[in-house]
Ligand binder design. Structure first.
Ligand code: SF4
Ligand code: SF4
Length: 440
């Protein structure tokens, strides 16, 4: 009974803290501007199924994609076993789902094979990161916590899988010895070999190890659940809504600032009255900010993107600016956005509202040098396995620089002046346009 009560307390606390963290992240995402992405539901659903569930974009790098698929499937399916562990924990039963007979045996056996494949895949991931040192895992923005985060989760997954196999191995021995409470259930194609290590132990030692692994496994899973919201691994959950709300427009199709668009439309409209008085501004309307300076100026989808980023670096490794040694890394754009959003969220937690802290995403987290290095080629958007759009954030921050701070690079200012004066980006008069065709 004490074990059941302890389990109940641990379980309720874990769920409580997880829900609290998720609510905070949801609140932070809602700080963003509104954007309507409720159109084309069937296309959105298909995109989610293809990209998040089917991991279609991971196939661009087949080896990493395959191993990620193993870890993903292994982790999701093996955690179905958690359902049984939770019921057993609360009810004080043992292998409660074993009434399913042969199907149960098959599932437990299948999970064991998946557990071994997951251990192997995690080991390969650790080697790629820490021994081979693949470049995209060692960029500037990956020093410190982001690098530890990835390693922590890989070691944790290995430890959880070993605990699962050890739990099964001792259970297998106890079942064979007819120990009380350990009913015969499950098939153990892997752990029955692993059980050789424990064969000489007494029943009480085996029960101790089995109980320890059982607790380690479930506490590890619940701990992992609470670790998700503070790590890049929250993408396990957010990949689904994030791909559902993907940008379905063609890549390269830019959004317009409505206020600027209206001005241009009037200029191009032959029927427009150039002397018409402008409409009266709404005194209750929020002042319009052109572009984005801080996270609240971005849309909720862009903020959701930042929490969904897996920090895989595929975007950065495809980025021509990064490849040619520029400061820009699209992954760092997403990480900075999330870090600033977290900071704003903590500010709200502390003060009850977002008290001005004198900081902003632009300048304090992302510099103009990074922004102007972008060629707006969309390679990062194309490469992202969870349909994140770093370019849209870059463009919004640049818009702020140009429209609110008049801080475009000299070359761009010259080009704009030339377009305004000469109708072309070059510094030559319209009258001289056909000089090139003049015979000497
Ligand atoms: S759009 Fe910009 S950030 Fe993205 S890959 Fe191209 S240059 Fe890099
Ligand atoms: S934006 Fe996408 S591709 Fe880039 S690091 Fe994040 S998840 Fe990976």
């Amino acid at each position: 009974m004490i074990e059941q009560i302890s389990f109940g307390i641990v379980f309720v606390l874990a769920i409580f803290f997880f829900v609290r963290s998720v609510r905070k992240i949801t609140r932070n995402i809602k700080l963003g501007r509104d954007i309507d992405l409720t159109d084309n539901r069937s296309e959105r659903l298909m995109t989610m199924v293809r990209v998040a569930l089917g991991q279609s974009k991971m196939g661009a790098r087949p080896v990493a994609g395959f191993m990620h698929f193993l870890v993903y499937i292994g982790f999701i399916l093996i955690n179905i076993e958690v359902l049984e562990i939770v019921i057993d924990g609360i009810a004080g039963t043992h292998r409660v789902l074993s009434f399913m007979g042969g199907f149960y045996d098959f599932v437990i056996g299948f999970f064991e094979i998946l557990a071994v494949l997951t251990i192997l895949a995690c080991a390969v991931f650790l080697v790629r990161r820490n021994v081979i040192k693949i470049k995209r895992f060692w960029n500037r923005e990956m020093s410190g916590w982001p690098s530890s985060d990835a390693n922590i989760i890989l070691f944790t997954e290995i430890a959880l899988m070993i605990a699962l196999l050890t739990m099964n191995a001792t259970d297998y021995l106890l079942q064979g010895r007819g120990a009380d409470h350990y009913i015969e259930a499950g098939s153990f194609p892997i752990s029955k070999h692993w059980a050789v290590l424990f064969a000489g132990m007494t029943d009480s030692t085996l029960i101790g190890i089995e109980r320890f692994c059982w607790w380690f496994h479930i506490v590890g899973i619940l701990g992992f659940l609470n670790y998700l919201p503070i790590s890049k691994h929250f993408h396990i959950i957010l990949a689904f809504p994030n791909t559902y709300f993907s940008n379905l427009k063609k890549k390269g199709q830019f959004t317009n600032l409505e206020s600027v668009k209206k001005e241009v439309e009037i200029m191009f409209d032959p029927n427009a009255d150039p002397y018409a008085a402008p409409p009266e501004p709404d005194p209750n309307a929020e002042p319009v900010r052109f572009g984005a300076k801080d996270v609240q100026d971005l849309t909720w989808k862009q903020l959701m993107d930042s929490y969904t980023c897996t920090e895989c670096g595929r975007c950065t490794s495809e980025c021509p600016a990064n490849q040619t040694g520029k400061l820009l890394s699209p992954r760092k754009i997403m990480m900075s956005t999330r870090d600033r959003l977290d900071e704003v969220g903590k500010n709200i937690d502390k003060n009850g509202r977002n008290q001005e802290d004198g900081k902003s995403l632009l300048h304090d987290y992302i510099t103009p040098e990074e922004l102007w290095a972008c060629t707006s080629c969309n390679a990062c958007v194309q490469a992202c396995p969870v349909n994140i759009d770093p370019l849209s954030i870059i463009v919004d921050l640049r818009r702020y620089l140009v429209m609110e701070e008049s801080a475009a690079p000299q070359e761009l200012n010259m080009m704009s002046t030339n377009i305004e004066n000469n109708g072309a980006p070059w510094q030559m008069s319209m009258a001289d346009r056909f000089n090139w065709a003049t015979e000497e």
